[in-house]
Design a protein around this ligand. Structure first.
Ligand SMILES: [Fe+2]
Ligand SMILES: [Fe+2]
Length: 220
């Protein structure tokens, strides 16, 4: 996944993003400054999320490979999953809940699946790539995540594409991408809804990233 690595992406984008949100609330298409559009791209939320689903699918296959790269592939997969689910739980499902017919039930079903998948991912995280039962746990998590992703694409993303305007979908895509800059990088069992994600991200995100940096420094 192409991570937004510079903090300038946040500072440059947050203010215009708020302006864009206000414009959308007022019923106008948000005016995107060129610099922000360049940094965040022009993908809409469905494009970003389905691309991430493909990356996660490949990530599971790579994390199963034996050899010296297994730990790196495992950590990349955990990060991909944590950031992706954080974006969906904090931004995408809340929009689906409000904008779609039967959105409340649909979002509740997705959150339930995410909660179950997160339990498997937490167990997988604690097992680690060298732990006993790693491949079995990895496969369990892969199946749960694949089922969940297929339902999201079929039921939620398709409906969002019909219900939201193109500018609103692009703005949601930018929100999803921005999450990469600050979300937690590993699964946390109790962070599984909009409020928990929004409250946890400023604390757990930097904490996880500091732990990642420390571990990489020790490993190198
Ligand atoms: Fe999800
Ligand atoms: Fe997803």
């Amino acid at each position: 996944m192409g991570m937004i690595s510079t903090s300038s992406a946040l500072t440059a984008a947050t203010k215009p993003l708020l302006t864009a949100k206000a414009a959308t609330k007022a019923g106008k298409a948000p005016a995107w400054p060129l610099t922000v559009a360049r940094k965040l791209g022009s993908e809409d939320a469905v494009e970003v999320l389905t691309r991430q689903h493909r990356q996660i699918k490949i990530g599971f296959l790579r994390a199963a490979l034996p050899g010296p790269l297994r730990r790196r592939n495992f950590e990349r997969l955990m990060r991909l999953l944590a950031v992706h689910e954080a974006a969906e739980e904090a931004h995408v499902h809340p929009v689906a809940r409000r904008a779609l017919q039967h959105g409340r039930e649909l979002a509740a079903r997705r959150r339930h699946e995410e909660k179950q998948a997160k339990q498997l991912l937490v167990a997988l995280w604690h097992t680690g790539p060298n732990g006993r039962g790693y491949l079995r746990r990895l496969n369990e998590a892969r199946r749960a995540v694949a089922r969940h992703a297929a339902r999201e694409e079929r039921e939620e993303f398709a409906a969002l594409r019909t219900a939201l305007s193109a500018p609103r979908l692009r703005m949601l895509g930018a929100e999803v991408k921005l999450t990469q800059a600050y979300a937690p990088t590993r699964p946390h069992r109790w962070v599984n809804n909009e409020a928990a994600n929004k409250l946890a991200a400023p604390v757990l995100g930097p904490f996880d990233r500091a732990r990642d940096a420390l571990r990489h420094r020790v490993a190198s």
